[in-house]
Design a protein around this ligand. Structure first.
Ligand SMILES: [Cu+2]
Length: 462
């Protein structure tokens, strides 16, 4: 990386490439062979397997020991998904890969599939990054990250700080508004909003930088389905098609009515399927520009013989990623109209000093699970009382975005939604997949410093 050696993880599929691609109707029948040299567990992000196959380190589905094999077998849902470790902070060390499930209708479109997976890369270990953010040592940070494996709910019904909680989290202010005038808080966005907790050494598109980008051969006048996956741990991007115009037709694997454009925001963990009809010949950079920063990464689509331009790794500063696209999205298959059985507000709070992030004032694993009954319609109002945006991800369910900042909508069905600083997003889903399910911020450093909770179905033994 940048001319220096780097050691990272990988998730290598049966064909030797990163990740897995499945044909129409194919089951997800996978033996996960752990050769990582350490414990791991891999989450099939956005897929809807039974909860014990979801790849989260619950006591009931513990991590896979080194050299061990774990078998999976479930019916996958079609679309653009991905996989990543949910163990410690292995995700930052690139234990991430695409998970693409084709369906028959899509194959009939006869489009060339191009996957663009984005990452943020640092030569520091994730423990060092977290230690820097929390002003602690790397071993302390490592212990913090390992809390992921602690089962929550030991203090059900209580918000009281637990004795075993890290001092960092226990000392964190609960006012929710603390981020606003936090002394020493780095401010890099308009209106005091904060972007980019972590300074990275590189941004990757399919594991390469713009110094030596992937060049994807396309036909003259080619028709492409671009599958963009933001697999970065703490970075958000604008997908920039340059002079091309694309149509977003799916978000997080789920179809939406087409939205045309050349620049689309993508929050952490989200995916965008973009249809692009190329001009006759040429080279077409597809860039991902880091929000609030001039740095960029990307790939180049090129017809045979086209001259590949040299693309700078930095350019004009990109604006903060926002919900401007989200507000225009409408689901092709919305949830059936129905009154909610459960309505809950979840406040998102936290700040940079101390670096700690909470949901309803609670810090994982000292959280009170939200108990659900199978068959219920659930609505969650996410209220962000911090100056950072939070990409909130629910495991095991696809939810619909039904309001942004109080404005009702028949928005996208998806698994990760961005809640803007001081913003509000309402989501709805049907409780149709019994189990224990994490609901968390997909900024890795927010998650490991507390911003995670559990939705648990009644009758699931723990
Ligand atoms: Cu967050």
């Amino acid at each position: 990386m940048n001319g220096l050696p780097a050691k990272v993880f990988g998730l290598i599929g049966p064909d030797g490439r990163p990740g897995i691609r499945l044909g129409p109707g194919e089951r997800f029948r996978v033996d996960l062979v752990n050769e990582a040299g350490t414990r791991t567990i891999v989450h099939w992000h956005g897929q809807l397997p039974p909860w014990t196959q979801d790849g989260f380190p619950w006591p009931e589905s513990p991590p896979i020991e080194n050299s061990a094999v774990q078998a999976y077998d479930y019916a996958p849902i079609p679309g653009t998904y991905w996989m990543h470790s949910h163990q410690d902070m292995q995700e930052q060390s690139l234990m991430t890969a695409p998970l693409i499930v084709h369906d028959a209708a899509e194959l009939r479109e006869d489009r060339q599939e191009v996957v663009l997976m984005l990452h943020d890369f640092t030569f520091r270990t994730p423990d060092e990054v977290l230690a820097g953010l929390t002003d602690t040592s790397a071993p302390t940070a490592q212990a913090m990250a390992q809390k992921m494996e602690e089962a929550p709910g030991r203090t059900v019904g209580s918000n009281a700080p637990h004795a075993s909680m890290s001092s960092m989290a226990a000392d964190a202010p609960d006012t929710g508004m603390s981020g606003m005038d936090m002394p020493g808080m780095a401010v890099s966005g308009p209106g005091g909003m904060h972007l980019n907790d972590v300074h990275y050494d590189a941004f990757l598109a399919n594991d390469r930088t713009l110094a030596d980008p992937e060049v994807v051969r396309v036909e003259r006048g080619g028709r492409v389905r671009l599958r963009v996956i933001n697999g970065a741990s703490s970075s958000q991007f604008w997908v920039d098609l340059g002079d091309l115009v694309g149509r977003v037709v799916a978000t997080d694997g789920q179809p939406v009515h087409p939205v045309a454009g050349s620049r689309f925001p993508i929050a952490m963990a989200q995916r965008l399927d973009i249809l692009i009809d190329l001009p006759e010949v040429g080279a077409f950079p597809i860039l991902a520009r880091l929000e609030g920063d001039g740095r960029q990464t990307g790939i180049v689509l090129a017809t045979t013989g086209a001259r590949i331009p040299r693309i700078a790794e930095s350019a004009q500063t990109a604006p903060p990623v926002d919900n401007s696209l989200e507000a225009r999205l409408t689901a092709v298959e919305p949830l059936p109209a129905r009154h909610a059985d459960v309505v809950r507000t979840i406040a998102l709070a936290g700040g940079m000093k101390p670096y700690a992030w909470s949901m309803n004032g609670e810090y994982w694993p000292q959280v009170t699970p939200l108990m659900l009954d199978k068959g219920q319609r659930i609505e969650i109002d996410l209220v962000n009382r911090s100056m950072m945006a939070h990409p909130m991800h629910l495991h095991g369910h696809a939810f619909q975005v039904i309001a942004i900042d109080g404005r009702p909508m028949q928005g996208a069905v998806r698994d990760t939604v961005l809640v803007m600083p001081m913003g509000r997003v309402r989501i709805a889903f049907d409780a149709n997949n019994p189990g224990r399910w994490p609901f968390h911020c997909h900024n890795l450093y927010h998650q490991v410093t507390g911003m995670m909770t559990e939705f648990r179905y009644q009758g699931i033994a723990t």
